[in-house]
Design a protein around this ligand. Structure first.
Ligand code: KG4
Ligand code: ZN
Length: 348
């Protein structure tokens, strides 16, 4: 079975072709980062227009790269939320047009479901139920995947998502958007980590909070700028100061992610005998976090599978694969898929 996946929920127009033998035949991603960079974040109307401009180019590229013709496609999978309404509508109407003209099944996929199921695309051993940590620009959640289409969120963020905290911290230091990977490379050059207190550390459960961490970084930057002005008459942060902030921020994140992961694993183990634990989403590309999760998994006898770095961020292979998983379960949609800007995994 060959499925085409379409993802346009945020600032990447992505189309991929994946087969049921877990082979990614093509994975095309048109990033809009250059367009949004100057605004320091995604501008929804601009994003929707860009999706409209690139979606057919992406489809053609995906087919060409996969050496597949439209007539060989067995089904169409598309993200229907959560995300920005304009982008979602572009993806959905394109997918519906394809399904109608090809007379093939249409499958609506929750974007976070795509992230959650991606590890099964690359590792056939991961069996349900399993525990997932989804960390991206919009979400930070611990989810129990009981089966395809049966998910239970057991922890989430009370305020900012982890990726958002990375991006806001980066922005405060004038680093490009999205800032996660820039914070990661700066942290490597950190010598004396600045100490930040991770919010909710030491508290029960597996909810996160990152907004207070961002405020601590802001206050620290203000203080360093004042000191710089007094000492050298120039408030600008030096590269070393930025690196020390990035390292301190990363240390705080790693500390709280480790603690909450242990709590989530305990909750999971109380209910299930399974021992699979996966991480996915854009922030899962961070090597410090991957390393920390591996350590926690080894200490708690969990089998840890981190999503391959190239599939951590938004892509359409994850949507195509989720489509295959759903189709295998007989889950298909009719035309008239609803775009759901706020679409929780609990509501599937
Ligand atoms: O999953 P994703 O591509 O889009 C959403 O669904 O939100 O995640 C994007 C987020 C951004 O906040 C970005 O800064 C973050 O993932 N990110 C990283 C890294 N690479 C991307 N955060 C930390 N370290 C990284 N290496
Ligand atoms: Zn995502």
């Amino acid at each position: 079975m060959i499925v085409i996946g379409i993802e346009s929920s945020c600032d990447e127009t992505a189309v991929a072709i994946v087969n049921s033998n877990r082979k990614v035949l093509s994975n095309i991603i048109f990033s809009q980062i250059k367009t949004h960079e100057k605004f320091g974040g995604v501008v929804p109307e601009v994003a929707a227009r860009e999706h409209l401009n690139s979606i057919y180019i992406c489809i053609n590229e995906a087919l060409a790269k996969a050496r597949v013709s439209l007539s060989q496609i067995d089904a169409i999978a598309v993200t229907n939320g959560p995300g920005l309404i304009g982008g979602l509508l572009v993806g959905i109407s394109t997918a519906e047009g394809l399904a109608l003209s090809l007379n093939k099944p249409l499958i609506a996929v929750n974007h976070m479901e795509g992230h959650l199921l991606t590890p099964r695309l690359v590792d056939s051993h991961i069996a349900f139920p399993y525990l997932g940590l989804l960390i991206s620009g919009g979400h930070s959640q611990f989810v129990i995947a009981e089966d395809v289409g049966k998910y239970q969120i057991i922890g989430s963020t009370l305020d900012d998502a982890l990726g958002e905290a990375f991006d806001k911290t980066a922005r405060m230091m004038n680093l490009p958007y999205p800032g996660g990977k820039h914070i990661e490379s700066l942290a490597k050059k950190g010598k004396e980590a600045i100490s930040f207190k991770p919010p909710l550390f030491g508290k029960k459960g597996c909810d996160f909070s990152f907004s207070g961490l961002k405020t601590q970084v802001k206050l620290k930057i203000n203080q360093i700028q004042e000191d710089n002005t007094n000492k050298i008459g120039d408030s600008a942060l030096t590269d070393q100061q930025k690196s020390d902030i990035a390292l301190g921020f990363t240390n705080a994140v790693v500390k709280v992610v480790k603690e909450k992961t242990i709590n989530a694993i305990n909750i999971f183990k109380e209910k299930y005998k399974s021992s699979y634990f996966i991480v996915s989403g854009g922030v899962a590309a961070n090597l410090n976090i991957r390393e920390a999760l591996l350590q926690v998994s080894q200490n708690t006898e969990m089998k840890f599978i981190s999503t391959p770095i190239e599939l951590c961020g938004d892509n359409a292979s994850m949507i195509a694969w989720a489509g295959i998983e759903k189709l295998n379960k007989g889950i298909v949609n009719n035309l008239g898929i609803q775009a759901k800007p706020s679409f929780s995994l609990n509501d599937i």
